[in-house]
Design a protein around this ligand. Structure first.
Ligand code: SF4
Length: 113
């Protein structure tokens, strides 16, 4: 399996193979890339950015994002959860929109004026 490391702008091309219980990673210039490759193979994680509806006509959509990362395979389910949210409080950037979506918070990334 070949992937590109997305941890830093170097974009190292990584080659992964499994030998028994061991995962061999080649092409990484640092340990972060090795950790990224192993996570990609075993349990890929992603950040999610989106918007949620609000009741405020001056800002009908509030931009949000995951505070951490969620499993890549749960992205569509997470989008479905986010799609059902309607914000009725004037939140500020960093405020929690949802406390736990697949292990991380969904937070606002802008203020509702
Ligand atoms: S392996 Fe290290 S140096 Fe290469 S892209 Fe990933 S984080 Fe950057």
């Amino acid at each position: 399996m070949n992937i590109t490391c997305i941890i830093c702008p170097n974009g190292c091309r990584l080659s992964l193979r499994q030998e028994g219980d061991e995962i061999i990673v080649q092409g990484a210039k640092c340990k972060k890339g090795i950790d990224f490759a192993k996570t990609e193979l075993l349990n890929p994680m992603r950040s999610l950015t989106s918007t949620v509806a609000t009741v405020f006509p001056e800002m009908p959509r509030l931009p949000v994002k995951t505070k951490g990362e969620i499993p890549k395979g749960k992205m569509f389910e997470a989008m479905e959860i986010i799609r059902n949210v309607i914000i009725d409080k004037r939140l500020k950037a960093g405020d929690i929109v949802l406390p736990d979506v697949f292990g991380t918070e969904i937070i606002a990334t802008a203020d509702i004026p």
